[in-house]
Design a protein around this ligand. Structure first.
Ligand code: GAR
Length: 213
């Protein structure tokens, strides 16, 4: 019952010739940031996290970055009148640190074309539902309220429409009759931590193997 179904298989061996230069954007606890850092340290993902951008001064993710000695830059959305201005600052900071792929790991802001133009086809998000179900905020609560028996998590490319870009990888998680939002989210997060590093590598590999348009 506890077993999750992951697609495509995690056993697929993904080899990347040169390390991916990642920038991570996060708003909260940062367990997904930690999962990426661990996967890199364990040689499961050939990448470097060049910088963390966080938008809440109290976000726990900041101390995680400090422990990994990864630069953590606060870009507080409250300081910007328009989403585009916030994204311009984010893009400039990511470029300054040599970032090539952007990972939204619990980034709770809607992004604009400014961010997408800065990193075409290279912005990735993790969302706690089996998209296209339960887009937007409180996806775990939405799944419980809908009475579905299976939910999960999705790693996808970011597009302008919220939680709608190309799906890279998903994991399904059964909902138990006794589940609360907290217990369900905890099990979904176990799967998030498994698939996110793998999906990053998969996206990079797919980019290499895709013919030019
Ligand atoms: C994760 O569960 C992620 O899927 C979710 O926020 C959590 C962040 O956890 N993201 C969204 O809901 C985006 N719409 P973390 O800070 O422990 O990585």
């Amino acid at each position: 019952m506890e077993n999750a179904l992951i697609s495509p298989s995690l056993t697929a061996d993904i080899k990347l010739d040169s390390p991916l230069q990642l920038g991570v954007m996060a708003s909260g606890s940062g367990t997904n940031f930690e999962a990426i850092a661990n996967a890199i340290a364990d040689n499961k993902l050939n990448a470097q996290i060049k910088v963390l951008i966080y938008n809440n001064p109290d976000a726990k993710v900041r101390s995680r970055a400090e422990r990994w000695q990864i630069p953590a830059i606060l870009i507080d959305h409250r300081q910007y009148k328009k989403r585009e201005a916030l994204d311009r600052e984010i893009v400039a900071t990511l470029k300054e640190y040599g970032v090539e792929w952007v990972i939204m790991a619990g980034w709770m802001r809607i992004v604009t074309q400014v961010l997408l133009d800065g990193f075409p086809e290279r912005v990735i998000n993790i969302h706690p539902s089996l998209l296209p179900s339960f887009k937007g905020i409180r996806a775990i609560e939405q799944a419980l309220a809908a009475g579905v028996k299976i939910t999960g998590c999705t790693v996808h490319k970011v597009s302008l429409a919220v939680d709608s870009g190309e799906i890279i990888m998903q994991a399904a998680v059964p909902i138990l009759p006794t589940d609360t939002a907290d217990t369900l989210h905890a099990r979904v997060q176990v799967q998030e931590h498994l698939i996110l590093p793998h999906a990053i590598a998969l996206a990079a590999q797919q980019e290499i193997s895709r013919p030019f348009a």
